[in-house]
Ligand binder design. Sequence first.
Ligand code: ADP
Ligand code: MG
Length: 618
Amino acid sequence: MDIIRLLPDSVANQIAAGEVIQRPASVIKELVENSIDAEATEISIIVKDAGRALIQIIDNGKGMSETDARMAFERHATSKIQTADDLFRLKTMGFRGEALASIAAIASVELKTRKAENELGTRIVINGSDVELQETISCAAGTNFAVKNLFFNVPARRKFLKTNAVEFKNIMTEFQRIALVYPHIDFSLTHNETIVYKLKGCSLKQRISDLFKKALNKNLIAIESESTLARIYGFIGLPEFAKKTGNYQYFFVNGRFMKHYNYHKAVMLSYERLLQTGTQPSYFIYFEVEPSTIDVNIHPTKTEIKFENEQILFQVLQSVVRESLGKFNVAPSIDFDTEGFIDIPYLQKDSEFVLPSIDFNPNYNPFDSESEPNKNKKYGKSDNFLQKANLENWQDLYSGFENNKHENTDFEANQTTFFSKQNEESENTNSLVSKNLLQIKNMYILSPIKSGLMLIHQKRAHEKILYEQILHQLDSKMSASQRVMYPMQYEFSYDDFLLFAEIKEDLQFMGFDIDVFGKNTVVINGFPPFINANEGVLIFERLFAEYKNYDKNIKENLNEELAKSLARVASMKVGKALNGEEMRELIDSLFACSNPNFTPNGKKIIHILNIDEIDKFF
Ligand code: ADP
Ligand code: MG
């Protein structure tokens, strides 16, 4: 008996769809690319429920004839190539003729399209590859695709979709990659009735700042180079605006977004010595090359691209970036003799980094406030130990802020147990640790102990102390927060705002007193008590950046993970000079922790050099 059968088209298309359409964002990419190929100058994208319920793309492009409209849904139906040779001359975005067939296989699709020269247009409804209806209608010139119930017949795919926040973030990412290539095209993106972007055709530089931050505009310098091998152009960020997180780094080749590790290295090399350790510049760099010199026959969802002339282009890129930086008189101005410090303060005093939408008084010290109960307490300068004050003891940490969320009795009860536990243990420590503490390289604390010499990594110690403090706060559900006098507005991007909503409550319990205030905007009223309010926004930003990088599967331990991140980003800088009292405090607090030997991430905090080992030195 013969057992081999041909798969019905609908099944074949469904299988093919798995490659091209992985998530709602892929539908947007394919349909918008089609609109661009159809020479549209205005493209509107309407999304409901992160694309699960609806993805609609409306363009004013050249439209389709009645026959083309029907043909378009056939697999390998394309108007863009005729022969295999065409593959190597391609200037259009799509060419495989698979996108529409794939989308129609796994969703309900309604197409309305009309060519400008025709009076009437065509409407087609397809449901899981079945054409349910084709009729002549009157409609606007151009093309209007509505894709509903994505993956309705592929439950496995549906199950793999992430939360709406994550899926919409992917949509924004695709959208931005396309909008950055076609600044002259008007784009709008609407999600659940909210207008996320409304972009008018403009210059590339303007498009970049329309998409991201207005403030980016004045930080960008142009690059431009033309040779027989490639035209390379775009914008790069001034080195002083380089950040540790939240940079925008984009490469495009022939109008397509790409990732290219080596070219990234070339850019970084050009900036060498201009950047503070750990920071990275933003860049938006466009390559135009002969299509036959790159590998076009790659998977549509792949972003890595092979270049025939990679070595030479590496050099060209490096020199064009360097040249522009030189032209703009960006000379090395940073002292690179960091003497082994691993970390340079995130925000330099004289750097101009300002979050555009934040308005706050940087000199404000919440502890000087009239309303502050401990007004007459003398706190030191903000750059003091534990970022706040010369704390006489740990209780100062708690008396210095307002417990504005929960009942005081609760709070005090917890406080007592916390401190009594700590005092017991630090008595043990006192007998262990000598009064003579030494700091070396502003990084390590040394103390002679009975069995030899104890070395403590001060930054890690502080991270551990903060971590336990945060966990304690989370466990006891007391949201202690130091209030700022002038609440600050903070504006998220739309996708970040969705992500923020997921952790708002956890942040609240950690001491970030944040209220939602209109579209994508929040007001920050207070920060956790152990961070310097002046650095609050930066710490918040860094915490949020860490959160965005979490593996999405850690949901269960989200609290703990956030506590780890906050402790890391809020702990003291490496290279902080400490006086004797501060060192003692740090060590006492460290030994009050459940396991002082390791950071929450398992890094070593304490090393003991035994007398035997010391003997061996001699
Ligand atoms: P490809 O883009 O690879 O050619 P698609 O399946 O994406 O394959 O599209 C099939 C064909 O449908 C295109 O070649 C084009 O002729 C036509 N088409 C798709 N979208 C549009 C649109 N928005 N406007 C005009 N024609 C379109
Ligand atoms: Mg296409």
